[in-house]
Design a protein around this ligand. Structure first.
Ligand SMILES: Cc1ncc(COP(=O)(O)O)c(C=O)c1O
Length: 393
């Protein structure tokens, strides 16, 4: 008999009932150090007092009104995003994949309105992940995500990550946009080198192509800048955001320049829940905290400490780990042992990590994880690695 919850996830036998900071408590009372943060969602940890207050204050005032009316919390968050980023305008969604839907629509509508209705093709890269909607899976294009779900949304050209020649050859005047994650998350914590992101921007400028960045996982302070592309000193035309922006409340956004968004006039797009007052009240508070320069400086300092500890772990367990990779607090341990064994062994040590493709264990802790918890995390991962090595001996 099918489970009452559609069985699309293979779940660990863990049931968390409460959380505080970087810690989760299981129903049986065990405490777990959370280095997954809901896959980069709980950017400020669990039950952050300022977020709880923002949510309860809004809940006591008003839960929902339609986008037929003005929503002050939405306006506040949009203003903050416009002030702190490349963007001139923002549309709010509820998830990353909804942000992908709009980013694709926006790019195509742009060219339609410019009198080039056939300019619909979007270049994407192997190993990418853009969510599970029809546009999201067609964009990523991997067999794992698309098999059985055809016919797929057409109009995506899939290129090998890092194949510059193929990219240059594909960048014709039929290309509406290039869509890329500055740091691939699900693909195994694979950062796009700054020089490549700059090269992509140059190529887009030469050919008039729109650059769409998917910062759903790597954005909102995760790499130590508010958005990851800032490290390369370039800006996109359109950017997808979700996960960390809501700090655990479902919220996403598409940010765009005035030019890129020019086709999206009244009636061209909408969402019942997107920009809901509860979500935006939390999001505005998250933005307040994360966009602060001192907060981001501390993320970089913590990232340095964590990376140093992980490098030590790799040196101590060469049979289990191959290398550390990533940016800021978006880190990956490329494994020699099976990454799932490392994740499992972590459970026994009371530490939560997340597997990714390319045999990588992902570490995406809360951006405000205390230093003491970083040191403890290293100890727990060390014990987990010892266990994996012994089990494989
Ligand atoms: C880079 C990236 N894009 C899009 C998505 C999809 O986001 P959501 O699961 O909120 O739809 C994810 C989710 O992991 C992601 O990592």
């Amino acid at each position: 008999m099918i489970a009452s919850v559609l069985p699309t996830y293979s779940r660990a036998p863990l049931t968390f009932v409460s959380g505080e900071g970087s810690w989760l408590t299981e129903a049986d009372g065990r405490r777990f150090l959370d280095l997954g943060a809901g896959i980069a969602v709980n950017a400020l940890g669990h039950a952050h007092p300022a977020l709880v207050a923002a949510l309860t204050d809004q809940a006591n005032a008003l839960w929902h009104v339609s986008n037929l009316y003005n929503i002050p919390a939405q306006q506040k968050l949009a203003d903050a995003l416009v002030e702190k980023t490349f963007a001139d305008t923002v549309f709010f969604t509820n998830s990353g994949t909804e942000s992908c839907e709009l980013a694709v629509k926006m790019a195509r509508k742009y060219w339609y309105d410019k009198g080039q209705p056939d300019r619909t093709e979007i270049i994407t890269f192997s190993g990418s992940f853009h969510g599970r909607s029809s546009a999201g899976i067609a964009a990523a294009g991997s067999e794992k995500m698309t098999k059985g779900f055809g016919p797929l949304l057409p109009g995506f050209t899939h290129l090998e990550f890092g194949d510059h020649d193929a990219l240059r050859a594909a960048a014709t005047d039929k290309i509406a946009a290039i869509l890329v994650e500055p740091v691939q998350g699900e693909g195994g914590i694979r950062p796009l080198p700054d020089v490549c992101l700059k090269g992509l921007r140059d190529l887009c400028d030469e050919q008039g192509i729109l650059l769409i960045l998917d910062e759903v996982q790597c954005g909102m302070g995760r790499t130590g800048k508010l958005f990851a592309h800032e490290w390369a000193g370039v800006a996109p035309d359109i950017m997808m955001v979700a996960k960390g922006i809501g700090g655990g409340f479902p919220l996403g956004a598409v940010l765009a320049t005035e030019n890129a968004a020019s086709g999206m006039t009244a009636g061209t797009h909408g969402s019942t829940y997107g920009g809901n007052p509860l979500a935006c009240a939390v999001g505005a508070k998250v933005m307040d905290i994360i966009s602060d320069d001192a907060f981001l400086a501390d993320v970089n300092r913590k990232a340095g400490l964590m990376r140093q500890k992980l490098e030590g772990l790799v040196a101590a367990h060469p049979d289990v780990f191959e290398e550390v990779r990533g940016s800021g607090l978006m880190l990956g341990l490329k494994c020699k042992a099976a990454n799932t064994d490392v994740v499992q062994a972590g459970y026994a040590q009371g530490v939560l990590t997340v597997p990714a493709a390319d045999n990588v264990v992902r570490l995406l802790p809360a951006l405000n994880i205390p230093d003491a918890d970083i040191l403890l995390a290293a100890e727990k991962l060390d014990a987990a690695a010892t266990h994996v090595k012994e089990a494989n001996a």
